[in-house]
Design a protein. Structure first.
Length: 72
């Protein structure tokens, strides 16, 4: 399941993910979908959430388009 990270500070926030990649978020910005394995047991992100500087929430499931009907 994917998650989104939101920056709740007034400054640029750089978050290191578990695989070594980073997410850079402007003040008030929300990231795109981030895989759960990137945020689970991430001590840096846990500290930011505990301080109220970041919020982690589940990303909504992508909307599926109905299958196109074939015209006869």
């Amino acid at each position: 399941m994917a998650e989104r990270i939101t920056n709740r500070t007034g400054a640029l926030l750089t978050i290191g993910l578990n695989t070594g990649e980073s997410v850079h978020l402007a003040p008030g910005e929300t990231s795109g979908p981030v895989p759960e394995y990137e945020t689970h047991d991430n001590p840096w992100l846990e500290k930011l959430v505990a301080r109220g500087q970041a919020v982690v929430e589940r990303a909504p499931a992508p909307k599926r388009k109905p299958a196109a009907r074939k015209k006869r």
